[in-house]
Design a protein around this ligand. Structure first.
Ligand SMILES: Cc1cc2nc3c(=O)[nH]c(=O)nc-3n(C[C@H](O)[C@H](O)[C@H](O)COP(=O)(O)O)c2cc1C
Length: 171
């Protein structure tokens, strides 16, 4: 990993993001934070740590292990769309703890409506976004048991993005 990371830096990259697992390991438990720490200690560009960050505690642990202050989160934010707020709320600086939104199904619906509007023009086809939202509904867990059910009920029959938006706005 060191050789690749140094080559990326020498190639002019502004930062490097490391999902600290091998291709063979895929999502198997255990992320190699020690390898990220080694790369971080040898590069001058920012190193973004990625892998199994599902809670604010995971991020704090990763920061302590790697020395990184930048993090990339994939499945964690799909499971809990409020994770970034949780991380902010866990930070020591009081200013960062202000106006943390309430984690309610309604707030989730607003977030999905915003996602659909923001990505509407980039979608591969009219059914792409509804199917992503239904996939997401299956992953959302850490808000309330009610949220995924309410969301799925709202979007279940949406075939196109405009149908999806109409259904969400009808909630
Ligand atoms: C829905 C989804 C789509 C992804 N798409 C890509 C992709 O297009 N290219 C890629 O390199 N990694 C992709 N990944 C892998 C993530 O970038 C990330 O490295 C991996 O999920 C580990 O991070 P996590 O534990 O925070 O999920 C995807 C992951 C998810 C969950």
């Amino acid at each position: 990993m060191d050789v690749i990371a140094r080559a990326v830096e020498a190639g002019g990259a502004n930062w490097i993001t490391i999902h600290a697992r091998t291709k063979q390991e895929r999502y198997q438990p255990g992320v190699h934070w020690d390898a990220v720490a080694r790369v971080k200690s040898r590069l001058s560009i920012p190193v973004v740590a990625n892998g199994d960050l599902f809670t604010a505690e995971d991020v704090a642990h990763c920061a302590a292990e790697t020395g990184c202050s930048h993090f990339m989160i994939g499945r964690g934010i799909l499971k809990n769309p409020f994770l970034a707020h949780d991380i902010r709320a866990s930070r020591p600086l009081p200013a960062l703890r202000q106006d943390i939104p309430t984690r309610t199904p309604d707030r989730l619906m607003l977030g999905i409506e915003r996602y659909a509007k923001l990505t509407q023009d980039q979608a591969a086809n009219s059914g792409f976004i509804p199917s992503r939202v239904k996939q997401w509904a299956g992953m959302v867990r850490d808000i309330s048991d009610e949220a995924p059910r309410q969301l799925l009920k709202a979007v279940k029959h949406a075939r196109t993005t405009s149908e999806l938006l109409t259904m969400l706005q009808a909630q």
